[in-house]
Ligand binder design. Structure first.
Ligand code: C2E
Ligand code: MG
Ligand code: MG
Ligand code: MG
Length: 293
């Protein structure tokens, strides 16, 4: 029987491993041409104030419009892009695209939308990375007043790498904010929270998913919010899907919410239709008001 099993395993695994290797090679080839062929797109998901404040934020989430496969989720290609280093080029594109979008919205709609981008640890560890080229683009576009926020994950801070800490400082000095994404899912060392200057904690959706005012998850959310505020950070809850969750989080003092309740990530035009009002319309309203007075 053991022999049979062994043989079965052999037959079962090898073709599937071959298939995976083939799939992966193909994916890498396709990723290589995807930037040049303009196959990436940014979708935007609003991050809304839960405390009645104004000011709209959005997270930029990459999508790959593959010529044969259709829309491909980042979950399918970010890891391979990281392993091959292609994430560096992709990440630069994401940044430039997001920065231009923020400037465009400001010019067209008269609204400053802070756009968050996800930045991979691989990008931070890249020694050839030029922060100057990012900062120069922001200066050219007049976007040095917290228009861009970089989302990082806990793992990056646990590196204990001083180059990373100095990069984070340089970003903040250039008017870029820092969010700690998926908070609570990494290695739970809290020491780095006092070591690094972080603007926002994003409570991971695994805590908000089953939120109920009597649950352990709620206790954790409440504690994270209190701690973050005492350390001078604002809190964003990810994965807010119901009005009930929104209310509980708002009552607990959570500053911002992000999730399907407000909107799924959507293409630029949809985001504009749903959340931005053209400057022209605003002017017309102003004129109407003026003449009424
Ligand atoms: P993330 O940064 O934690 O982004 C939030 C993810 O949660 C997004 O998945 C978003 O669509 C999803 N989400 C938002 N609200 C809800 C909700 O109410 N319910 C549920 N179930 N899900 C919600 P998405 O777009 O598939 O992105 C997955 C991950 O891929 C991101 O997680 C991020 O880690 C990575 N990613 C996306 N874009 C980029 C990028 O430009 N660069 C890098 N390095 N990573 C990216
Ligand atoms: Mg994120
Ligand atoms: Mg997240
Ligand atoms: Mg995530």
């Amino acid at each position: 029987a053991a022999k049979d099993e062994g043989r079965n395993r052999f037959h079962y695994f090898t073709p599937s491993m071959q298939r995976y290797a083939k799939y992966r090679m193909r994916l890498i080839q396709d990723l290589r041409s995807a930037i040049a062929d303009h196959e990436f797109e940014l979708y935007y998901q609003p991050i809304v104030s839960l405390q009645g404040g104004l000011g709209l934020k959005a997270e930029a989430l990459i999508r790959w419009r593959h010529p044969k496969r259709g829309l491909v989720s980042p979950i399918e290609f970010i890891a391979v892009a990281e392993e091959t280093g292609l994430i560096i080029e992709i990440g630069n594109w994401v940044f430039q695209q997001a920065a231009r979008q923020s400037a465009l919205w400001r010019d067209r709609f008269g609204i400053e939308v802070q756009i968050s981008i996800n930045k991979s640890p691989v990008q931070f560890r890249d020694e050839g990375e030029s922060i100057n080229s990012w900062v120069n683009l922001l200066k050219t576009l007049n976007l040095t007043n917290n228009n861009i926020c970089i989302e990082i994950t806990e793992g990056l801070l646990l590196d204990g790498n001083s180059a990373i800490s100095s990069k984070l400082t340089q970003y903040r000095d250039s008017g870029i904010q820092i969010s700690l994404d998926d908070f609570g899912t990494g290695y739970s060392s809290l020491a780095y929270l006092k070591k690094f200057d972080i603007d926002f904690l994003k409570i991971d959706q695994s805590f908000t998913r089953n939120l109920d005012s009597n649950s352990d998850d709620f206790t954790l959310c409440e504690a994270i919010i209190v701690m973050a505020h005492k350390l001078g950070m604002k809190v964003i809850a990810e994965g807010v899907e119901t009005d009930y969750q929104r209310k509980i989080l708002a009552n607990a003092g959570c500053d911002f919410g992000q999730g399907y309740l407000f909107s799924r990530p959507v293409p630029v035009e949809k985001f504009e239709q749903a959340f931005l009002v053209p400057v022209n319309t605003q002017n017309e309203n102003c004129r109407a008001d003026d003449s009424a007075v």
